[in-house]
Design a protein around this ligand. Sequence first.
Ligand SMILES: Cc1cc2nc3c(=O)[nH]c(=O)nc-3n(C[C@H](O)[C@H](O)[C@H](O)COP(=O)(O)O)c2cc1C
Length: 204
Amino acid sequence: MKVKIVFYSMYGHVYRMAEAVAEGVREVEGAEVELLQVPELVPDDVLEKSGAKKTRAVFAHIPVATPDDLADADAIIFGAPTRFGNMCGQMRNFLDQTGGLWAQNALVGKVGSVFTSTGTQHGGQETTIVSFHTTLLHHGMVIVGLPYTETRQFTLDEVSGGSPYGATTIAAPDGSRMPSDNELGMARFQGRHVAAIATKLAGA
Ligand SMILES: Cc1cc2nc3c(=O)[nH]c(=O)nc-3n(C[C@H](O)[C@H](O)[C@H](O)COP(=O)(O)O)c2cc1C
């Protein structure tokens, strides 16, 4: 049973969450996990000016995905930061190249799940995940979120991301806040939960 985690990250928050999602997948017996990042679209000099060249170097070893990489997965967990309440353009551009897969029904029946990061607490985590689901449903994927059996999402005694739609983190407007233990716990739960459901579907 193969789970692929396909993400984009500019300042490392989504990448850190993706690593935690992968840890959760590995907790499920028989589950293989592969991390992939979607291609960058921002010119090098712009990345340099915004400091993203340095932050992206941390995960430069993660292979770059092509749409065909999705075809042999049993489950795909997507991670994308918010841009104006929606997924980032790099992920949109990647998904817009999956028309060939759509034409072959290649993703029908696979598990799909989404996690995200925003700069601010109410900056569009839920809209980003739920609007992402629309694309996955067009592909015929089986959407899996983060059930409330993951009780970390009830946390009120600290600032925390997390939603029934998927794990989330809050990066702060200047990107200075890294995912908290509570948020990483939810990311691990999501990975484990997706892998467990995909295992059941694969055995059916
Ligand atoms: C063009 C642009 C638009 C953004 N829009 C939002 C937004 O709508 N809401 C929000 O909370 N954060 C917004 N952010 C902040 C990013 O979501 C934040 O930098 C990201 O979650 C950090 O994740 P990363 O380190 O994995 O790139 C925006 C950032 C950029 C560059």
